[in-house]
Write a protein that binds this ligand. Structure first.
Ligand code: AMP
Length: 112
């Protein structure tokens, strides 16, 4: 499968990994849109929240819990924003579900 995030997970493409466990990795986004901009990426390939099954939905739930637990360690103690783009209108450019984690500064009140 020609998926850039699968290649990052498999170590075929380098990344700045800040966290890894059996279900996900968290890396620095290559084109940060905030002082801190991470991507949480499940190791299992699925495209987005519309296409996921119940097992994958449970993985996403656990990922969100873990992100909350890691927030201080990631330099996000004063708050953060999470975003998961879907489809053309959402401007999803990589077809492997990922959660953007943005923070490290006061973010715009506008979200779009
Ligand atoms: P999206 O547009 O929501 O699909 O987000 C894809 C994100 O992946 C963008 O913010 C890109 O900057 C980021 N990205 C693409 N390639 C890489 C890479 N090799 N390493 C880290 N982040 C990447």
């Amino acid at each position: 499968m020609n998926c850039i995030f699968c290649k990052i997970i498999n170590g075929e493409i380098p990344s700045t990994k800040v966290y890894e466990d059996e279900m996900m990795i968290i890396i620095n986004d290559i084109a940060p849109q905030a002082t801190k901009h991470y991507l949480a990426i499940p190791k299992q390939h699925f495209a987005n929240i519309v296409e996921m099954n119940d097992e994958q939905a449970a993985i996403v739930g656990k990922m969100l819990k873990k992100i909350g637990e890691l927030a201080d360690r990631l330099g996000l103690k004063d708050g953060f924003r999470i975003v998961s783009n879907k489809g053309e209108n959402g401007c999803q450019s990589v077809g492997h579900l990922h959660i953007h984690i943005l923070g490290g500064e006061k973010l715009s009140e506008k979200m779009a």
